[in-house]
Design a protein around this ligand. Structure first.
Ligand SMILES: N[C@@H](CCC(=O)N[C@@H](CS)C(=O)NCC(=O)O)C(=O)O
Length: 205
């Protein structure tokens, strides 16, 4: 059984839960007491010495970092190779957007939610975070004006990764409705089979 070690509120953990759910893979959540600092102590540090969630175990194999987890799950369990293509161009396009997710999306949309959950840990002003969100979402909105999905002509783990933090912006007091192509992309992603919300409830019918 796959085990995902994270708090339910962890947006990076949410990305991994989305893909597992879309691939209909059974998994167990191991809830980490973030406020109690469980991710900064052993045994969590043995799974991720950076002390960040998520970490994942699949049998004897352990992997940390949401993007590494997404790559592992897609390569190991998606026999169609659609979520993570094997051709050089396709894989590189997915890596390009995974990288944007790990940096620009993390520094803006992810930070928006993090400041609400842990205001003591985030020193950036709301205005600075909103400006960062505007910056990355303006570029993504333009990118999505001429294509349905971020990296390729079909959804990939790049969409999964960016969907996590961007899909919950509205409940974090940032209105994504002002970006029409992002709004359409979010709507289309929510319709994909197996998609769940951050609480684990199914979104698609
Ligand atoms: N690059 C990492 C970032 C992980 C990350 O920032 N996780 C957050 C939760 S969503 C965390 O563990 N924060 C607590 C901390 O850094 O102390 C990933 O994609 O997994």
């Amino acid at each position: 059984m796959i085990r995902v070690h994270a708090t339910m509120g962890s947006v990076n953990g949410y990305k991994v839960r989305i893909l597992l759910s879309m691939l209909a893979l059974p998994f167990e959540m191991v809830d980490i007491d973030m406020r109690g600092g469980e991710h900064k102590r052993e045994p969590f540090l043995s799974m991720n010495p950076f002390g960040q969630m998520p970490a994942m175990q699949d049998g004897d194999f352990t992997i940390a970092d949401s993007h590494a987890c997404l790559v592992y799950v897609a390569r190991k369990y998606d026999k169609s190779n659609r979520w993570l293509p094997v051709d050089a161009e396709g894989e590189a396009k997915v890596a390009e957007w995974m990288s944007k997710s790990a940096n620009e999306v993390h520094q803006g949309p992810w930070m928006k939610r993090a400041k609400i959950r842990r205001p003591e840990a985030i020193t950036l002003s709301d205005a600075e975070i909103d400006a960062r969100c505007d910056h990355v979402l303006r570029i993504m909105d333009k990118h999505l004006a001429s294509r349905a999905w971020l990296a390729l002509g079909h959804p990939t783990i790049a969409d999964v990764s960016c969907f996590g933090p961007i899909s919950i912006l509205k409940i974090s007091n940032y209105d994504t409705d002002k970006w029409p192509n992002i709004t359409r992309w979010l709507t289309d992603f929510r319709k994909l089979p197996g998609v769940i919300d951050i609480d684990g409830k199914p979104l698609s019918s």
